[in-house]
Design a protein around this ligand. Sequence first.
Ligand code: HEM
Length: 441
Amino acid sequence: MKDLPTISQFQVFKNRKTILKNPLPFHRANFEKYGDIFRVRVGFRKAVVFTRNATIIKHILQKQHRKYQKSELQTVDLAKYIGHGILTSNGEHWRVHRRMVQPAFHKKKLQGLLGIMKQAIDSELKRIEPGTTQDVFPLMGDLAFQVVAQALFSRSDIQRNMKQLQDFTERNQKMLIKEMRQPYLKWWFKISGEIKKHLDLSEQGRDILNQIIEERLASRENKDDLLDMLLNATYEDGTHMPRRQLIDEVLILFTAGHETTANALGFTLFLLAKHPDIQNKVLREVENINMEVDDLMQCLSQLAYTKQCIEEALRLYPPAYVIDRTAIADDVVKGRKFPKNTLVLMSIYELHRSSAFWDSPEEFNPDRFDIALKKDYSNYYYPFGAGPRMCVGNNFAMYEMILTVAQIVKKFQISTDLRTVEVNPLISLKPVTVPLLFEQR
Ligand code: HEM
């Protein structure tokens, strides 16, 4: 490690304002200067390795994934607010629960949820007044939250509770960002009671979820939604998840599933608004489909170009723009020693924009995902991660995004005066403000 180019703490301190606002240009400048891998000092004896090298990323996520685990950024810092569900745990605890959660997201199961998903999308889209300009992110934030809520609970009478839960989740995410970006103020956040206030919000969120679970159990109804699947999942000895674990898994689905999808939808709609020719191509595809009567799985398979637009937006703006891992054993990657406890941040954002792999990488070109081209991007395209920790909700997210984009483009012509989209890399990569004009078709 010692011969790696190293960014000193002084350089970090000097650039702290820029880093606090948006660390991506700082990462880019360092990659340009030092190559695909460098270190950043974050304490006297501590350093973080940054990489955008495709071989190293594949090695860590897939080939030698057993030598790495999620870092404390997720298993401690994030977990204190959302608990120890599959996103935030490691080892045996993760393995056992991933095995229980995963079947709920199999394509067959999701097929049964498409109707609920579409209803939630329709009812959120009704809130868009034709002829108005609206900031797309809050709109998609509400939509994505409602879709997860409906897929979990299939209830429309809990809107107020869900709004509260959304508010708690979003406030806690903001707090976590503050803690991560200003680690030197951690002591203050603690003694000022700010952290405690946010932990209380988490508990209130848990109470809301507990009540909904109680009501489901009391009703004895079988709704075949995500909650039922989690309630019915069993450990190898045939027992069910303890209530606290069940609530943590539900909280995780909200947290992992709503902001990422909202961000991706925000970026996709911005890109379509900026490229009317591409938007028209989506429209031509969508016009041939009647989601009110046709089988939704069938519709999804016919929306190939719409899907390509989303895949391309995920390339340019991957919501999970960095993926973190810590080495739990000494390892050697590309001839370089990665000692135990090395914290590695893998820049998916940079990998997705590398000219070594992509022609005109900064250009929005959905055609590159045309399956007729038979291109295999699997070694350098990771919007949903890779290996055993790959996103459990990737199909759910893709179905939701295709249905949403198709419905919006069918109903509205979207445009924007914004020249470029400003990004806000928080826990996930988020568009700052994207005012879109929605004109009725
Ligand atoms: C565009 C939308 C989404 C993106 C880009 C995305 C991306 C990702 C990525 C990159 C990971 C792996 C992180 C890592 O390896 O450290 C992940 C994990 C996860 N995602 Fe997603 N996700 C999305 C939507 C969803 C949805 C809709 C759900 C559920 C409803 C979901 C649930 C999860 C969970 C539970 C994990 C943890 C899996 C594990 O560690 O076993 N995600 N996601």
